[in-house]
Design a protein around this ligand. Structure first.
Ligand code: G4P
Length: 549
């Protein structure tokens, strides 16, 4: 077992960090996630990006571990092989002298909380849209999350090798439904069997499409000037359409503007076919050339600049390790400033203790490797035995908390009924730990000892039920509790709050951090409570690690 994290170290960190090194390293980091509706091509694009980045040698590596999103049993089966999915959650590779960190987001909507937290750790996102289907439900939700932080978005319109919708129509849909302006960088010439390639609007060249899985290193054929005219003779109607459409678009003033992109107002759009490696390199170039290097982060005290020499970072994801016999877990920490070096000592904001960080891991597509140094934008994996929770902050001494990693009020509630009543203690322990991981939210009612489990998606319950059994030896069935929603309650007037608590004992529970949550069995009940107690505030979200009230 790793000794990555020891509490109670007393010596001060000794590493001297050079400002110039930090500035240079931060400048070449790009940290992003791919967002899409299931089946649009996220896994395929991830794999192709890794191939181009030289992180994997063979197609199929990422695909092999793709979770069966439609069948619970498949998903659980895959989740059992957690070693692989841990390693694949974060992928680092270099391209064109940039260090690229690709963060995976769970495909299934039932894990949207997890996805949300991952999106708090990135600086940009690539949105994959299926050209035949256009904007789909999950894309809308994920985009909403990105918009909360004005995350810059690069759009990849995939599957142009198929008979798909008219590109102008898809663009219109993105603009109107997602409320983001589109700036096409490439434009398709035909589609399906007649797909010739794309015209690059900024470079005035044609990238010629060749079906089949072209090798990653192989350059696509580039046509310029006269060669483009020759293509117009071979595919006159496709070329004419492309010319008419791009003229229309440019006439409407949709040219790429870096500032608008960085503010999240405009998205550069690329057309391609992930499965055929086509258009992937252009997305990589957009990441390298346009996507932001690690951005400053807001805390409760001040903005933290990525180029500051003192180390700071926050935990955005916890994953149980593959070995259930040793309850160690990996905390995924986004470095926000300074430099991580193996063996450094940091302060754990929540407990106030000092810790030694050693042997943190970085993640490649299908393996983990030791990481000796990391800078803002990088994700490091820290082994621990439950000391680290989502939202926790590690710094080189400064007391601060990063903002914007919320819990959402659950919409589904269950009670765990034990098949073996002797296991009550293990159940509570398991639930608490899974709650800390963010797998579900756990509430302990004030008047009833049975813990309540809250989730936003049904699959979360199934996963927890399965994990309680396999990791904690607890056989429990989850039964729906008749609760509509929860609201965290606070009140500036302590006397008033205790009156409220007294009068509502039967409807109150405490969350993992000891905050009061009001459990409403109907929407009407919640409204009445709010009307009856106007001085009490009811919150639908709360920040991780935040003590309310
Ligand atoms: P996801 O992670 O977003 O869910 O999508 P994924 O990459 O798994 O792609 C979903 C399906 O779309 C896969 O087919 C994949 O092969 C296909 N696909 C991805 N990119 C392209 C493309 O550019 N053109 C075409 N024609 N198809 C594409 P599948 O049948 O579900 O899986 P498989 O049997 O191919 O593995």
């Amino acid at each position: 077992m790793s000794e990555a994290l020891d509490s109670g170290m007393s010596e001060a960190a000794t590493t001297v960090v050079q400002e110039g090194d930090v500035v240079r390293e931060v400048g070449r980091r790009r940290t992003f996630a791919i967002i899409s509706h299931p089946d649009a091509g996220k896994t395929t694009l991830t794999e192709k990006l890794l191939l181009f980045g030289g992180a994997i040698q063979m197609a199929g590596t990422v695909k092999a571990r793709k979770s069966g999103r439609h069948a619970t049993s498949d998903w659980l089966e895959i989740e059992k092989q957690r070693g692989i999915s841990v390693a694949s959650s974060v992928m680092q590779f270099t391209y064109d002298n940039c260090v690229i960190n690709l963060l995976d987001t769970p495909g299934h909507q039932d894990f949207s909380e997890d996805t949300y937290r991952v999106l708090t750790a990135v600086d940009s996102a690539v949105m994959v849209v299926d050209a035949a289907k256009g904007v789909e439900e999950q894309t809308i939700k994920l985009l909403e999350v990105c918009r909360l932080r004005n995350t810059p978005i690069i759009t990849f319109i995939n599957k142009m090798d198929r008979e798909v919708r008219e590109p102008l129509e898809v663009l219109d849909e993105i603009e109107s439904v997602l409320n983001i302006r589109c700036a096409p960088v490439t434009w398709p010439i035909g589609m399906g069997k007649r797909f010739q390639g794309v015209y690059h609007l900024l470079n005035d060249e044609v990238l010629r499409f060749a079906p089949g899985e072209a090798k990653a290193g192989q350059e696509v054929e580039l046509l310029k000037g006269v060669q483009i005219e020759q293509l117009a003779q071979k595919a006159p109607s496709e070329m004419q359409n492309m010319r008419d459409e791009t003229e229309l678009i440019m006439g409407a003033g949709a040219s790429f503007d870096l500032q608008e992109f960085l503010q999240g107002k405009q998205t550069p759009v690329f057309f391609g076919s992930g499965i055929n490696n086509f258009g992937v390199r252009e997305v990589l170039h957009a990441l390298v050339d346009w996507a932001p290097a690690p951005l400053p982060r807001e805390t409760d005290k001040r903005m933290v600049q990525p180029t500051e020499t003192a180390f700071t970072g926050f935990v955005f994801k916890i994953q149980a390790n593959m070995d259930p016999n040793h309850r160690d877990r990996i905390a995924f920490l986004r470095v926000c400033s300074g430099r991580y070096s193996s063996g450094m000592k940091v302060r754990h904001r929540r407990t106030g203790k000092e810790m030694k960080l050693a042997n943190a891991v970085t993640f490649m597509a299908n393996e983990r490797s030791r990481m000796d140094e990391a800078y803002a934008g990088d994700i490091i994996g820290v082994h621990n035995h439950g000391q680290l929770q989502i939202g926790d902050v590690l710094t080189e001494g400064e007391v601060l908390t990063f903002k914007g990693i919320p819990y959402f009020a659950p919409e589904l509630f269950s009670r765990a009924r034990l098949r073996d009543p002797m296991k009550a203690k293990q159940l509570l322990k398991g639930l608490r730990q899974l709650g800390e991981e963010g797998a579900v939210q756990v509430f302990e009612p004030l008047v009833d000892m049975t813990p309540l489990i809250g989730a936003v998606g049904q699959l979360q319950f199934e996963v927890v039920e399965h994990r309680l059994k396999s990791e904690y030896g607890v056989d429990a069935v989850f039964e729906r509790a008749g609760i509509h929603t929860a609201r965290w309650v606070t009140c500036p007037d302590a006397v008033h709050l205790s009156e409220f608590v007294k009068a509502n004992q039967g409807r109150l529970a405490k969350d993992v951090d000891g905050n009061y949550a009001y459990l409403a069995d109907t929407r009407v009940n919640l409204r009445l409570a709010m009307e009856r107690w106007p001085k009490v505030e009811f919150h639908a979200t709360r920040e991780h690690g935040q003590q309310l009230g």
